[in-house]
Design a protein around this ligand. Structure first.
Ligand code: ZN
Length: 312
């Protein structure tokens, strides 16, 4: 029986997130395989001795253990339902959904190699990318999101509840289109500021609506640039720049302030950071995508996410 576990190919990319910037290998221990995939076991760092568990096919690679990940606000059933609707509502024909994920996917040219989808949530963009390259690794700090993305990868079909009003819910279901290849997708739990991957690994890196959701956005940007290929690499960054002091103190914002290093608009500062990266990125396109969240049948949030497509 085929079981849903970490793909062997994914292991080749992994390093210890706690030892960064050192690139320290992870040694598999006590692994239990289901076919070619790892279902249970652990990955241990030779350098610092930390171990990262693989449970039910989910590798948890949070920096300094996984305690911080468990505190993620995205673990609630309501958050999961909301993101499933946002990601997949076009597949069940909901007229309210935007075409954000199709528009983002259109920015990526097909290539030979592996893509990384940072902040993959329930996996929509990773599945889109599976039609454009050899392997896609989606990472998110939410165990609930990653577990659900993996379930969709395995079953290719999901039924879930959405809130209609108050305590009233109804069911939605969807099936993945045949062009999205589950054999080319993997999902792991990790931190967007300490990506557990070797430098220069990915032919394409996407960070969609992550920059303003992380406590140290500059570290996230540096990590995105680090893991992307130094040449023939593509990058898609998109964010609404909804800075919030609850998530990230203003001194860490990459925009939205009047003074200091990152005064002005976040999108302009992000463009400047990309031009200053080593090697530098060349921006090929700037644009905006409308993205919608559904809280209940009469309550939606419409968000404009500004994007930069770049290559080097
Ligand atoms: Zn380590």
């Amino acid at each position: 029986m085929w079981q849903n576990g970490v793909k062997r190919k994914t292991l080749e990319y992994l390093i210890c997130p706690s030892c960064l910037p050192e690139q320290s290998c992870l040694c598999p221990g006590n692994l239990c395989f289901g076919g070619e995939e790892i279902i249970e076991g652990c990955l241990a760092c030779r350098r610092c001795g930390k171990t990262y568990p693989v449970c039910d096919g989910i590798a948890c690679l949070g920096k300094d253990g996984n305690e911080n990940l468990a505190a993620s606000p995205y673990e609630s059933p309501q958050a999961l339902s909301t993101y499933l609707w946002t990601h997949y509502a076009d597949l069940f024909g909901d007229p309210e959904v935007t075409k954000a994920y199709c528009e983002w996917a259109e920015q990526i040219s097909p290539f030979s190699g592996t893509a990384l989808d940072v902040g993959c949530a329930t996996g929509r963009f990773s599945f889109e990318m599976s039609a454009k390259c050899d392997l896609v690794i989606g990472v998110d700090s939410s165990l609930s999101f990653v577990a659900t993305a993996r379930r969709i990868m395995e079953k290719r079909h999901l039924a879930f509840s959405v809130k209609e009003e108050g305590l009233i819910e109804s069911e939605r279901q969807f099936t993945l289109p045949p062009g999205w290849n589950s054999a080319k997708v993997d999902f792991v739990v990790a931190d967007a500021e300490a990506l557990p991957f070797r430098s220069g690994s990915f032919g394409c890196v996407a960070s969609l609506n992550v920059i303003d959701k992380t406590p140290h956005p500059l570290e996230h940007m540096n990590e995105v640039c680090r893991v992307a290929r130094p040449e023939k690499g593509q990058l898609l960054l998109s964010d609404p720049f909804s800075w919030s002091g609850r998530i990230c103190p203003p001194e860490n914002w990459l925009g939205g302030t009047l003074v200091d290093r990152f005064a002005g608009a976040g999108i302009d500062n992000v463009a400047r950071l990309l031009a200053q990266a080593a090697p530098a990125w060349t921006i090929s396109r700037r644009g905006a995508v409308w993205w919608k969240i559904r809280n209940h049948r009469n309550h939606f949030e419409l968000i404009r996410s500004l994007f930069i497509k770049a290559q080097r």
